[in-house]
Design a protein around this ligand. Structure first.
Ligand SMILES: CC(C)(COP(=O)(O)OP(=O)(O)OC[C@H]1O[C@@H](n2cnc3c(N)ncnc32)[C@H](O)[C@@H]1OP(=O)(O)O)[C@@H](O)C(=O)NCCC(=O)NCCS
Length: 164
């Protein structure tokens, strides 16, 4: 695990900052086929992730990375989009958030997972420079596994960044 014990803050659990956000897909959110626009979904995911990172850090955050995003099922006009976002990892100033997206058909109540992504945010101070965040304390086995996997993803992202 990363050594983020020197930031002088009390840790927080993933439950302390997790959120659930619901949107109704309206005509203005869809393409010519009546399916949710990918760009609109990414916007909602960005907001959901930023809310979680802001809640964890109590600071303004900037998005620095979005891992690959698959569109597994089209979401139709009139369906609900439910975004569940939760912290997976926190470093010195950066945080990773997992965002799971579900579509709910209001006519039959069916709910399906349509998208999953990991996004990285950096907390910013009043000077707009990266600013320290509280450590994350994973509690459940799932959260502990996510934390370990998040560190591997972060290493890959930073390797990719250093090559660019
Ligand atoms: C956010 C920003 C201020 C960070 O500046 P920076 O010079 O990259 O700062 P650092 O190199 O000190 O990195 C800060 C943290 O982000 C992490 N980071 C930076 N780029 C990353 C990436 N691509 N993937 C994962 N982590 C990354 C660093 O590892 C570091 O984490 P740590 O403090 O937890 O160890 C700067 O990158 C920026 O302004 N980016 C544009 C953000 C933006 O406009 N987003 C869209 C709108 S919100």
């Amino acid at each position: 695990m990363a050594d983020n014990s020197n930031n002088g803050m009390n840790g927080k659990t993933p439950n302390d900052s997790k959120i659930e956000m619901t949107e109704l897909v309206l005509p203005n959110d869809t393409n010519l086929l009546g399916n949710l626009l990918g760009g609109r979904l990414m916007h909602w995911m960005d907001i959901a992730g930023a809310l979680v990172a802001s809640r964890h850090s109590n600071k303004t955050v900037a998005t620095v990375a979005l891992d690959s995003l698959d569109f597994r099922h089209p979401v139709r006009m009139g369906e609900l989009v439910i975004l569940k976002a939760k912290m997976t990892w926190a470093g010195r100033t950066s945080m990773e958030v997992a965002i799971n997206v579900y579509a709910e058909n209001l006519k039959n109540g069916n709910v399906i997972l349509t998208n999953k992504a990991y996004m990285t945010f950096v907390a910013l101070g009043a000077d707009c420079k990266p600013s320290l965040v509280p450590p994350l304390i994973p509690e459940t086995d799932d959260e502990k596994n996510e934390y370990i996997e998040a560190e591997k993803r972060r290493d890959d992202r930073l390797k990719k960044r250093s090559k660019e």
